[in-house]
Design a protein around this ligand. Structure first.
Ligand code: ADP
Ligand code: MG
Length: 215
């Protein structure tokens, strides 16, 4: 399977769809321990990407990720806009090839996640989106090192993302608005971890279909 930016329109559409379908549930999560605006923020970014999706599909990865990062930063704004923007701009800086394989994507994605950690001064275990993105990056590197077959990698990524999202339930938030609640933040899934998991699972579904029915 060739991972090229030609896939971007389908990926962006799938992400828009899954966030729309789960909007109420995620909003309830963010209302419990945040300010309830996470889905609206994210959807502003996704709508801006929907408008650019054909244009993005004609760029190379470095240019596409750069554009996605800039778009998310300006369309979403605020704390999470700068985190998503940082992720994609770091992907862009790390991207070397036009077509990615598992090894190169694992390296690029790891650099993106490292940049988000620095930007948010956060790490695993702080009840944020990073509790999904860090284990997924770790798994991608392990899978690449062990030459795990792609269908198996895709199935496992979804499981890792779901486990990461679930793990935030019992954590106490130490970053972001939820940290103001201290011990009372325990018992709720983090909204940014939930949307991260939903988006990753949507991407995996598109790639799995692509694998079984190549264009
Ligand atoms: P805001 O916090 O500005 O209202 P959102 O509601 O859009 O932004 O996003 C909140 C999400 O951002 C949280 O659920 C959490 O996953 C994530 N988050 C908050 N602070 C950090 C941080 N320092 N590092 C990584 N992710 C963070
Ligand atoms: Mg919020």
């Amino acid at each position: 399977m060739k991972l090229t930016p030609a896939l971007l329109p389908r990926l962006i559409e799938a992400i828009a769809d899954v966030i729309e379908k789960n909007a109420e549930e995620v909003t309830a999560l963010d209302q419990a321990i945040g300010d309830g605006d996470h889905v609206t923020n994210l959807q502003r970014g996704i709508q801006a990407l929907m408008a650019q999706r054909e244009e993005l599909s004609r760029l190379d990865w470095a240019a596409a990720w750069q554009k996605i990062g800039m778009t998310l930063m300006s369309a979403i704004g605020g704390a999470s806009g700068s985190l998503y923007g940082t992720l994609f701009i770091a992907l862009s800086k790390a991207a070397r090839e036009q077509s990615l394989d598992l090894q190169s994507f694992a390296d690029v994605f790891t650099k993106g996640v490292e940049a988000v950690k620095q930007r948010g001064k956060a790490d695993a275990g702080e009840k944020t989106m990073l509790d999904v993105y860090i284990p997924v990056a770790d798994y991608l590197r392990t899978a690449a090192e062990n030459s795990v077959a792609l269908p198996e990698v895709l199935a496992n990524i979804s499981q890792v993302a779901i486990a990461g999202m679930e793990s935030t339930r019992d954590m106490v938030a130490t970053k972001g608005r939820a940290s103001f609640l201290e011990e009372r933040s325990r018992g709720h899934i983090d909204a940014g971890a939930k949307t991260g998991q939903l988006m990753i699972c949507a991407i995996v579904d598109v790639l799995t279909k692509q694998l079984t029915t190549p264009a």
